[in-house]
Design a binder for this molecule. Structure first.
Ligand SMILES: [Zn+2]
Length: 470
């Protein structure tokens, strides 16, 4: 007697539908299964893929963002003011998603004060700017106006200290499951390990979580023996120690991505961590078996990050890798550094990139070049920057468009199979965890829009149903 059998599943590599037997949270057989099970689910020929992972998430911020004012459509300071004025007047108003790089004016505290006297904070779509009115600056203990980089992050940390109800977190976990997600790499700026340990203990246990952390926690993690991939006791293996995250440059929209060539109007962006210091931190992590997740967006920042991997012997990923110098895709492959990329950002940024990276966009979001060089890709959302939904990332990676325009640099597209492989960590085969997503449409024939919205009928995580819409 098996624990569970999924009957009549369509699995890659089989010409006809098969059964999938699951025992103790693990796939034990794929093929014809004669024996019965405690529970059987008939899939009627639906496609089954491995459960999906999001390789880069800020989960608490994502859970909060789902209830925040959406200012992503704003095209000017005045436009934002209208959206803020129309918002429900309840205490601290937090908005998300503005992108001011091409507005031709810099947001000010005064403009936001005119729209709303009560505390109001807007976070930019790339999270590298925070726009704070006078009352909110007083409440959060920061400067008013447009804050960038570390000052902007400090505002987000202060907002993160406000209570986040479990119901909102549980809802976001359920929503991820409904998109076929079984696991995330959480790179939240507070202590994700502690946060998730407590959540799982309180029964919010629908996701596997690799909990990343930042440099201020490095010594404590080294001392605790927090080698990456090690399961955290008392979490049934759901929570694992994740990588050391280091943010080495800024972002395109904030004009702080560190680039070899100057931005129009000048400046090369910012290098937040000098190369020698970066390599030192990575060496310390590596000695303790801790992987490194190095944020690098501009081509110069990527060059420095790759150099730091070379010098330190670290393993891990470069997060974003949005603009690469010619030949640097080969360095990813040679060093075994994972390119942890967010394809939807290419579509968020294509118009800005065409201006700020004019003449260089053939090297932007170079997913095809990375795969052809032999590098390993991991897709993610950087939620809340993009929604926590792997099908959006997969569609963006395959089609490089979302609005009917021709694909942006279609020569850098990857195939559906490559995109799914870069979004999964297991296989539909015996011995693998029973992390599975059952699809309600055929992804291979879906166009860009249908792939983004691909319906998921059933999600299993460790053999447990975390989403069912059969
Ligand atoms: Zn991030």
């Amino acid at each position: 007697m098996h624990d569970l059998i999924l009957r009549h599943a369509r699995v890659r590599g089989f010409d006809r539908p098969v059964d999938i037997a699951i025992d103790g949270g693990v796939i034990t057989r794929v093929g014809a299964v004669e024996r019965r099970a405690a529970e059987e689910i008939v899939l009627e020929g639906r496609a089954v893929v491995p459960g999906l992972w999001d390789g880069h998430v800020h989960f608490s911020q994502w859970a909060r963002t789902r209830g925040r004012l959406d200012v992503s459509a704003a095209a000017s300071v005045d436009h934002v003011s209208v959206l803020v004025r129309e918002a429900e007047p309840t205490g601290m108003l937090v908005g998300f998603g503005f992108r001011w790089a091409t507005w031709g004016e810099t947001p000010t505290a005064e403009a936001l004060d005119r729209a709303r006297v009560a505390p109001t904070v807007l976070l930019s779509g790339d999270l590298h700017s925070s726009w704070v009115n006078t009352a909110a600056a007083r409440a959060l203990g920061c400067a008013p106006g447009l804050l960038r980089e570390d000052e902007a992050f400090a505002v987000q940390v202060a907002l993160g200290a406000l209570p986040l109800p479990d119901a909102e977190v549980a809802d976001a976990v359920r929503a991820a499951g409904a998109r076929g997600v079984v696991g995330i790499v959480d790179l939240e700026m507070d202590d994700a390990l502690e946060t998730w340990g407590a959540r799982i203990a309180r029964g919010i246990d629908g996701l596997r979580v690799d909990a990343g952390f930042y440099a201020p926690l490095l010594d404590a993690r080294v001392e605790a023996g927090a080698a990456s991939g090690t399961a955290v006791a008392g979490t049934r293996g759901l929570l694992r120690h994740g990588p050391l995250k280091i943010i080495t440059d800024g972002s395109l929209n904030t004009r702080t991505a560190h680039c070899i060539d100057p931005y129009p109007g000048g400046g090369h962006g910012t290098q937040n961590v000098p190369p020698a210091e970066l390599a030192d931190l990575m060496r310390t992590a590596t000695r303790a078996g801790i992987a490194c997740a190095i944020h690098a967006i501009g081509d110069h920042a990527n060059d420095i990050a790759l150099g730091a991997f070379e010098q330190s012997g670290a393993r891990g990923s470069i997060e974003h890798a949005q603009l690469l110098a010619d030949g640097d895709a080969d360095r990813f492959a040679g060093l075994g550094v994972i390119a942890s990329v967010q394809p939807e950002h290419a579509l968020d940024d294509r118009d800005v990139a065409d201006v700020l990276w004019e003449g260089r966009t053939h090297r932007a979001f170079p997913l095809r070049a990375l795969i052809d060089a032999g590098a390993t890709l991991a897709l993610g959302s950087d939620a809340p920057v993009a929604p926590l939904d792997p099908w959006i990332a997969i569609s963006a990676a395959v089609h490089r468009t979302r609005d009917g325009r021709p694909g942006w640099h279609p020569e850098q597209s990857i195939t559906l199979d490559e995109a799914i492989a870069a979004s999964t960590r297991s296989r539909v085969a015996p011995g693998n965890p029973a992390d599975l997503a059952v699809l309600d449409a055929e992804p291979g024939t879906a166009d860009a829009a249908a792939l983004r919205a691909l319906p998921v009928a059933l999600t299993l995580m460790g053999g447990r149903v975390t989403h069912a819409a059969l």
